[in-house]
Design a protein around this ligand. Structure first.
Ligand code: MG
Ligand code: ZN
Length: 360
């Protein structure tokens, strides 16, 4: 009798101990973070792509999902600068501001904090790399329009790699500077084709694959985004086995929304989803990797009512040529993904990532 009571007590103590240890470890340590931003990617954009895709989207592998509120400091309808800054710094700011608070004080970004901790860092986009979304992670400027100044900020950091468009902001500048030469002097390999990117598997890389934006997928961009994603993950992993932070943007979903072109939205989203598949597969192969996929805002007030010609298939309808105030979806995959459920502020996303990367 006494023995069985003692045994029971032992079991209870064991359970209590295990529970308290677990409480201390509710936030698991993550090594690699891949933040993927579909610019202008609302739930309707994702739904339209799902309906067009013969197989499930890679996104659907994300077991943990939530919603993010996107309003900025000075508007219920954010732009990509304030939206990007929120996702990069954990602070709401005014539309148009890059990596600065509403009082125009620079805010440290999660990429900069990851770099300070010694992690490898990267940015990938299909618009110019100095455009608002990637700029928000590396630059500090009162206007997203100052893209030549934003390009200068790339040289103030130790970022390992960036791949995107916008070569002209580096080598055909109003101040006459040749930032490509300056990047080379800092040890970067500067390359201008996707094939060159694919031939590199480590080191510092500045890949500027177009003078301006890369073309739309329907104008022949091809596999640039998924291929650049795969190569970026390889390079960052080789550069630092201790871990990395990278932001990868499906930049041009937004353009489809502004142009009110449903077909463009679907094509850009399916391309972004292929890049997401690369990231999720990387997370499968590399333990302690977290992938978070979200958007800065929805674009177009996109909806999918039954079409006039055929009531069984959706037509593409738009409420605006601008951005809207609806919440955006959040999808998380890999280690720590369970932290990204429910309704959250867009600013919560980098805070959660910082906690998982132990940047605090
Ligand atoms: Mg963008
Ligand atoms: Zn936009």
């Amino acid at each position: 009798m006494e023995n069985s009571i003692r045994r029971l007590l032992g079991i209870f103590c064991g359970i209590f101990l295990a529970a308290s240890i677990q409480a201390q470890q509710t936030v698991p340590a993550v090594k690699n973070v891949i933040l993927m931003i579909g610019d202008g990617m609302g739930l309707t954009q994702v739904s339209a792509a799902m309906l067009e895709s013969p197989q499930p989207l890679a996104l659907e592998r994300a077991a943990f999902t939530g919603f993010a509120k996107t309003y900025s400091a000075d508007s219920k309808i954010t732009d990509s600068a304030a939206g990007g800054t929120a996702l990069a710094t954990g602070h709401k700011t005014n539309n148009g501001y890059i990596g600065m608070d509403p009082e125009k004080r620079p805010l440290k970004t999660i990429l900069e904090r990851a770099e300070e901790k010694g992690l490898a860092t990267g940015l990938v986009a299909t618009y110019e790399i100095t455009n608002a979304t990637p700029a928000s992670f590396i630059a500090h400027n009162e206007s997203r329009k100052n893209e030549e100044e934003i390009a200068l900020d790339f040289l103030k950091t130790g970022i390992d790699l960036f791949i995107g468009g916008g070569k002209r902001k580096f080598d055909r500048r109003n101040d006459g500077k040749d930032l490509l030469k300056e990047l080379q002097a800092k040890g970067y390999r500067t390359v201008y084709t996707l094939d060159d990117v694919k031939s590199i598997d480590r080191g510092k890389v500045a890949a500027l694959l177009a003078d301006g934006h890369l073309p739309r997928i329907r104008a022949g961009r091809g596999d640039m985004l998924p291929e650049a994603t795969r190569q970026a993950l390889t390079i960052l992993k080789n550069n630092n086995p201790e871990g990395f932070f990278v932001m990868i943007e499906g930049s041009q979903i937004d353009g489809g929304g502004h142009a009110n072109e449903g077909e463009t939205i679907v094509a850009e989203l399916l391309d972004f989803d292929t890049a997401i598949r690369e990231a999720f597969d990387f997370a499968d192969r590399n333990p302690s990797t977290l992938v978070v996929v979200t958007a800065d805002h929805e674009t177009g007030g996109f909806s999918l009512p039954a079409s006039r010609q055929d009531k069984t298939v959706p037509g593409y309808k738009f409420g605006t040529s601008g951005h809207t105030a609806v919440m955006v979806p959040v999808y998380a995959y890999g280690t720590g993904a369970e932290q990204f459920t429910g309704i959250m502020e867009n600013t919560d996303i980098p805070k959660k990532i910082a906690a998982l990367l132990r940047l605090e």
